[in-house]
Design a protein around this ligand. Structure first.
Ligand code: CDP
Length: 214
């Protein structure tokens, strides 16, 4: 069984995905964390990300890391995904304002999307996949698809609890990311839409579970 949970930035995808996956006793895969990890690697090596020409050097870097035996390694733990590299958990470095600011530019590069998608498709179901295009593009034949949304204000208020930033600038940054992500964020036509602004986390998780076989 494959379940997909897609949605806009800070719509609560990771928390909902983690809760649903734990209830189902399946792993969840955070595709966004792989985009963040690739972005982090590019920033570490001073690679620019804001032009289409960024794709070649970024893919070369990811390939070289794999060849060297130090690939970006997604670990889909039920309590939260991690990325490890060369024996080190780099997950904490992936949720900074700097990665936030660059990840959408990296995510429009088709070669990077293929790199992420290939890693996800190599995994054996059952699992729950979380991101922007899991139900529409990566797993179009998923058994159950959900799409989470909420107003920019609600999402910004949620995110300032995780980041030491003020709510107006977080809201502006989220709207900018929404615009950049729009191409890969179209909901699958058969996804069930859920507004995460009108309920607590356990209520939203219960709403999703109500659509799934017990
Ligand atoms: O948690 P948040 O929604 O802020 O982001 P995320 O799920 O960690 O994803 C970070 C970024 O990766 C998004 O803003 C997208 O630019 C990109 N992404 C994507 O393009 N496709 C996906 N399936 C998942 C993430």
């Amino acid at each position: 069984m494959i379940v997909t949970i897609d949605g806009v930035a800070a719509s609560g995808k990771s928390s909902v995905a983690s809760g649903v996956a734990r209830a189902l006793h399946v792993p969840y895969l955070s595709s966004g964390l792989l985009y963040r990890a690739a972005t982090w690697a590019a920033l570490q090596h001073g690679l620019p990300l804001d032009t289409p020409e960024a794709e070649g050097p970024l893919l070369d870097l990811l390939h070289a890391q794999t060849q060297a035996g130090t690939p970006l390694d997604l670990r889909p733990l039920p309590e939260g995904n991690q990325v490890w590299q060369a024996g080190r958990d780099i997950s904490e470095a992936l949720h900074t304002a700097e990665v936030d600011a660059h990840v959408s530019a990296a995510a429009v590069l088709p070669g990077l999307r293929e790199w992420v998608n290939a890693q996800l498709r190599a995994l054996t179901p059952p699992f729950l996949a979380e991101g922007r295009d899991m139900g529409s593009t990566v797993f179009p034949h998923a058994d159950h698809k959900f799409y989470l949304h909420a107003s920019a204000r609600v999402r910004a208020e949620r995110r300032v609890k995780e980041r030491a930033q003020d709510v107006d600038s977080v809201e502006a940054a989220l709207k900018l990311r929404d615009e950049r992500d729009v191409r890969q964020s179209a909901p699958a036509p058969d996804a069930i839409h859920i507004d995460t602004g009108s309920g607590t986390l356990p209520e939203i998780i219960a709403q999703v579970l109500a659509h799934l076989p017990a």
